[in-house]
Design a protein around this ligand. Sequence first.
Ligand code: ZN
Length: 525
Amino acid sequence: MDNDASNSGLNRRDMLRLLGAGAVAALLPGMLPEAHGAEVAAGGQFERAKGPGVIFVVGDGMPAGVVRAMHEVRTGVFGRKDSNLYARLRDPKSSIGYSATASLSSIVTDSAPASAAWSTGVHTINHSLAVLPDGRKLTTIFELLKPRGVACGLVTTTRVTHATPAAWVSHQADRDLEDVIAEEMLAFKPDVLLGGGRNHFDPKRRKDGKDLQAGFSSAGYDVVSDRAALLATPVQAKPLAGFFSGSHIPYYVDRLNDSNLSGVPSLPEMTTAALKRLAKNPGGFLLQVEAGRIDHASHSNDAWSAIMDTIELDDTLGVIDAFLKVNPRTLVVVTSDHGNSGWGVNGTGPEYNDATSALRSYRAGKASFEATIKRMQGKSAGEIQTLLTEMSGFPISPADVELVIQAMQPGFQPFPGDFIYQPDATMGRILAHSVYPKQGAPTIRRGNVGFTSCNHTAEDQMLLVYGHKAKEQGVDRLVENIELFNVMCRAFGVHHANPTMTLAQARPFLLAGTADKESLRRHIA
Ligand SMILES: [Zn+2]
């Protein structure tokens, strides 16, 4: 017999043992009233907004594989009747299409031009925010709307200076100049700015010693730095900035299992705070909400962290549902900027019939690879075996540990060579490996999410639109990602056409030599 929890008969003690009390509080709110995250937010405390709104929800690097896995885990492991996302996908009132994601320079985009495609309606080259390769700045949707009295908000689980939020404000050709992007954020003054990335605003961590947090305070912002302050700050008609982590906000699975992280708000909590603020603006609002680390987990081939961060996105859609009940003049877009790492729930076992159970078995995971690898540093093989077994919930052999230790060596060359994040990818492969004899039960039983690389991928992405006039947007088909700029412009009655370039014109400006492992690793670490 496998260890699946049934939809109807969840055993509380089993769930506590498997997941830790924090996770149960978050995911099974009926059992523990003091829920974290979505359940607090979905309590229905939204007021009627003063103007119309558009909520643009990004699952960064959230291809169909992780979306289906999230739905399966949400319903099959955590006992929900349905996921919020699938309920909207099934709803005949929703508009469902596909988004092509290629940038100007490549069929495989990175987050910077992907987000700039939405914010400007124009394709630019990889690594660039809202700027053409020849240096011409592209006017963003935020820059069009703010002077017209529309409030602009950014909420993310990454650094707020990371590519997806940055591309709605910044015109850097180099997305890695995050200290500069932080200054552009302060200069633009979004009405809400919530996420990680405090280091880029901190005088002690910035090379130039500028105190940008003080800059927000003197510009009249409520500035908060932990969950308690975020929840306690009265909702006022003034701007709000919150930096809750030096770098990215820790993965959802780590926040659920590590009490040291209880001061970090969840994505649903940040979204709730943002919507309450933005709803006070008479001219309406545009809010980008990003579950930004689904992408990072997939780069690391860390299936469970990716699934759990997608569950957090699904919780956030629950918050947005509560907002829509009070505010039907709100349009919601849910999409992803690109695929990642060939995310695949593989068929496994005789006739593939063990695949569902194998996927559900990831639920014993108690920590992300990011947190686990930090704890593995300087440890012996035996200690690593104990740690990996405990953190993953899967049996880990000495031979597995030997592979992980090899992958931790600085000069390690993986084969095939595109599994650049190590030992992450090696760990992902180990946790996805079961051994089935010709007959009977598996001799080694683990998960089944396989990855083709540690890199972004090219496949088209889900494009779900619902709420106010969703069916009138003309995106219930395959569209270019740039079309979503026009959707946002239409919602606020704005017309704008940015300049464009062809690939031939852009080619002389393409950078060489930026594909080294360290420059890529910077995006997820
Ligand atoms: Zn991305």
